[in-house]
Design a protein around this ligand. Structure first.
Ligand SMILES: [Fe+2]
Ligand SMILES: [Fe+2]
Length: 312
């Protein structure tokens, strides 16, 4: 293996909202609809996303991770449009997706919803043996030589004004087992989740309910990298597992073209895992200013965890 570059983007919030039948109206969707038309649609714009994705592809990453919030108010037409966008982004072999709270927005009885993207959320052949059965398909594992992607689903339908998430005991118990098995085999473990995975990284109405439990799992079993979205802000936090240090990295929205509620403008991250046991290089690229070019915003080295032997 001659190194591995993983690109991470999130929260594309694809517009416009499609027309939809009266039976899909409920309080949560009406509020989401108004929120979109009163503000969000002016910020999350397709030309910005398209320019960001073009820049990302020019970096020729080995794989792309998308951490949810592809859509806005959970309408069938939105899922179909997002499926089309994913197809343009890459094949299911080259792109991994986990859902966000806007993708599991409210109960949807007569449409597959985010499951339209299932080919992007299933184990690959190398990861199938590590992916536990049950738990509604999560966690799933995809292995790319020495790098293992572990996809979690933190999204659950919530009441109006709440955007929190929950893994549930089945999923975080399964995640603990998966992390232990992959760690024992020397994989560089990369967890993908929509909500911030640690306590204190989001306000209570937007937070992961069982962040304390996931925090314990990460500390007990270790993970070299945990990638999340949801906050639309860039943040890096170190975590200490039993075998060494890992990093928790949040990426802003990939489509935000104007300032909105203090969120970062459109950005994506690249992680370059090295073959010589050196630190992972993280590069952030995106907009420094509205209407500006896509440029490098930040470059830092993340000290390697203990699992570098397999990469060498
Ligand atoms: Fe979002
Ligand atoms: Fe979100």
């Amino acid at each position: 293996m001659n190194g591995f570059t993983l690109a991470h983007l999130s929260d594309v919030h694809l517009g416009p909202l499609p027309r939809f039948a009266f039976r899909y109206w409920n309080t949560k969707r009406v509020l989401g609809y108004l929120n979109w038309h009163r503000g969000r649609k002016f910020g999350h714009v397709r030309p910005v996303l398209d320019r960001l994705v073009a820049d990302l592809k020019a970096q020729t990453p080995d794989h792309i991770a998308v951490s949810g919030d592809l859509v806005n108010i959970g309408l069938p037409g939105e899922y179909i449009a997002a499926e089309r966008w994913l197809t343009e982004l890459g094949s299911p072999n080259g792109v991994t997706v986990v859902p966000g709270n806007h993708d599991i927005y409210t109960h949807l009885t007569d449409d597959p919803g985010y499951r339209r993207w299932a080919p992007y959320m299933t184990p690959n052949s190398a990861g199938a043996g590590f992916s536990p059965p049950g738990h509604d398909g999560f966690p799933f594992v995809r292995c790319f030589d020495a790098v293992a992607l572990i996809g979690l689903n933190s999204a659950v339908p919530t009441r109006p004004f709440y955007a929190g998430g929950r893994l549930g005991p089945d999923q975080w118990a399964a995640a603990a087992k998966v992390l232990a098995e992959l760690g024992a085999k020397g994989f560089h473990r990369v967890v993908l989740i929509h909500h911030p995975p640690l306590p204190g990284l989001a306000s209570p109405p937007k937070a992961l309910e069982d962040a304390v439990a996931l925090d314990s799992v990460l500390k007990l079993q270790g993970a070299e990298l945990v990638l999340y979205g949801h906050n639309h802000r860039s943040k890096t936090v170190a975590i200490n597992g039993p075998q060494g240090r890992g990093h928790v990295v949040g990426v802003p929205s990939a489509s935000l073209g104007r300032h909105h509620k203090g969120e970062d403008l459109a950005r994506y991250h690249l992680f370059r895992f090295r073959t010589d046991g050196g630190p992972t290089e993280m590069v952030a690229r995106g907009l420094r200013e509205p209407h500006g070019p896509i440029v490098e915003i930040e470059r830092q080295l993340l000290p390697a965890g203990f699992n570098v032997a397999r990469l060498a």
